[in-house]
Design a protein around this ligand. Structure first.
Ligand code: FAD
Ligand code: SF4
Length: 468
């Protein structure tokens, strides 16, 4: 039976992490799963407040208090049904959402008692139910004749395919990679998200009737025109992949490394696959400096630690409070041995004989907030210093990478190259070509898994409107 005062009697307890020393050498998920008694205790901490701020703050507006209650009562299959009503990839969001900035950050208990461990319970419900044979109930779905092509098997494309399939529309997902998941498979390292998790989800999605055509680049192996001819509508969920340059002298020096190819190469290495475009690079024995403060930077730092780098340092131009990434991942990185240097703005890459030897930084202090709400970094004159390094990773984020063929088909982009999509309730996420919809990073700019899923799902509703 649930206890109204559980939150006073039982504190927040996160799942146990593998010991930092051990995990710093392994590419395996660092959190151990909850047990059923732990889930019961933690889920019962939910106050079921009348106005669940957690639900509002979750970009998918998940029915959080309701499935926490089902989990507390041990009704895992029902909880899984409810979790999937609003989320296509709940086991993945439970693992990688920055909950401290989303659902858990908005939990009424957050400040004084410690937020309910919403993400970890979501992960438990989904992992447990799937391992016990849970599959979406498709028996009430009436098949329709329409077919929709989806370009991109990342979270946006999968979110769209899920909602279409549940509405009887045949979804056919194209991706240039041999596995589904987009950045979930090739970008996010396996110590945050084991690659088996995505493989299991693929079998669930295929069981719903979703078809995958992998290893096919649209615009190269098949033309966009042929998809327009063959399908009733097309969804674009192609992500953003143009790495932001540091724009510093000597950026082309050897030992200056772009973050995403480095991570993708490492993932291929772990998966036992290979892609010539992203060769494996080991930083064993190197003094590594990573520039940037987001999720990608954290992933690079922790990958370098696991590869056996001699020292690993993060140089970030703002302070810790103004970092864009998840607080949880900063804490994990620190535990694993990463050094953080805050308020350091890079100004020049130092190179000798064509190879990086250091990064010159100036110190900064925090000023007024900018448009994003974060405080600006103001340079302190005369504070230059050089950090010695023999591997410098640039993790400054990504800009849009619009396909060259968009304009030929009347798909307009904005001044930053992001695809223009309708944000109103009328055919949401329809592009300037009425038959084409788009969502995820390629529309909103590089962001989060959960926002990409949300946009893919909303776009599917737009497509259903359009088809009707
Ligand atoms: P993507 O995931 O990029 O998927 C796009 C897909 O489209 C890819 O599979 C690509 O191969 C395919 N594609 C593109 N062009 C074509 C074409 N012409 N033909 C066929 N296929 C094509 N978010 C979080 O919430 N938590 C995290 O911890 C987190 N960590 C991250 C770590 C890294 C290193 C990176 C880079 C991002 C991270 N993110 C994280 C962000 C998150 O991964 C993205 O916001 C999300 O994956 C975007 O989803 P998407 O579907 O829009 O695009
Ligand atoms: Fe929280 Fe993300 Fe789950 Fe929403 S999807 S409840 S934000 S962990």
């Amino acid at each position: 039976m649930s206890n109204d005062f559980q939150f006073i009697e039982v504190g927040r307890v996160d799942p146990i992490k593998h010991e930092a020393k051990k995990r710093a050498t392994q590419f395996i998920e660092i959190y151990q799963p909850y047990t059923q008694p732990e889930v019961k205790q933690q889920a019962d901490r939910c106050l079921d407040c009348g106005n669940p701020y957690c639900e509002w703050k979750c970009p998918l507006h998940n029915y959080i208090p309701n499935w926490l209650k089902l989990a507390e009562e041990g009704r895992i299959m029902e909880a899984a049904d409810l979790v999937h009503e609003t989320n296509t990839l709940p086991e993945i969001c439970g693992r990688v959402c920055p909950q401290d900035r989303l659902c858990e950050g908005a939990c009424t208990l957050n400040d004084d008692f410690g937020a309910v461990t919403i993400g970890s319970v979501e992960k438990y419900i989904t992992d447990t139910a799937i391992s016990q044979g849970w599959r979406p109930d498709m028996t009430k779905v009436t098949p329709r004749t329409e077919r929709v092509a989806i370009i991109g098997a990342g979270p946006a494309g999968l979110g769209c395919a899920d909602v279409l399939a549940r509405n009887g529309v045949q979804a056919v997902v194209y991706d240039k990679y041999p596995q589904i998941g987009g950045l979930l498979t090739y970008g996010i390292p396996s110590f945050k998200l084991d690659k088996e998790v995505m493989a299991t989800r693929r079998s669930v999605l295929e069981g719903m009737g979703i078809k995958f055509k992998l290893g096919i680049t649209v615009g190269k192996d098949v033309s966009f025109q042929s998809l327009l001819d063959e399908y009733d509508s097309v969804f674009l969920g192609m992500g953003t992949y143009t790495a932001m340059k540091a724009k510093l002298p000597n950026e082309e020096a050897q030992g200056v490394i772009q973050a995403l190819p480095y991570l993708v190469g490492n993932t291929h290495h772990i998966m036992g696959t290979q892609d010539d475009a992203t060769p494996y690079l080991s930083l064993e024995g190197k003094n590594v400096v990573v520039l940037g403060g987001g999720d990608t930077a954290m992933d690079c730092l922790r990958t370098a630690v696991r590869q056996g780098a001699k020292s690993v340092t993060c140089a970030y131009r703002r302070d810790e409070a103004n970092m864009p990434g998840s607080r949880r991942e900063v804490k994990n990185a620190r535990e694993e041995g990463v050094n953080f240097l805050f308020n350091r703005q890079p100004v020049a890459i130092k190179a000798e004989n064509g190879h990086v030897v250091g990064i010159e930084c100036v110190e900064t202090k925090m000023g007024e907030a900018d448009a994003s709400g974060r405080q600006r970094a103001e340079i302190i004159a005369g504070s230059e210093q050089v950090l010695a390094t023999d591997a410098l990773i640039i993790a400054f984020g990504f800009q849009a990478s619009p396909a060259s063929w968009f304009s030929e088909f009347g798909i307009e982009t904005n001044e930053w190259g992001l695809v223009k999509a309708n944000k109103t309730d009328d055919n949401p996420f329809q592009t300037t070509n009425a038959k084409v919809f788009a969502g995820g990073d390629m529309v909103r700019g590089s962001d989060l898994v959960v926002t990409a899923i949300a946009e893919g799902r909303d776009a599917a509703l737009g497509i259903l409107n359009y088809l009707n």
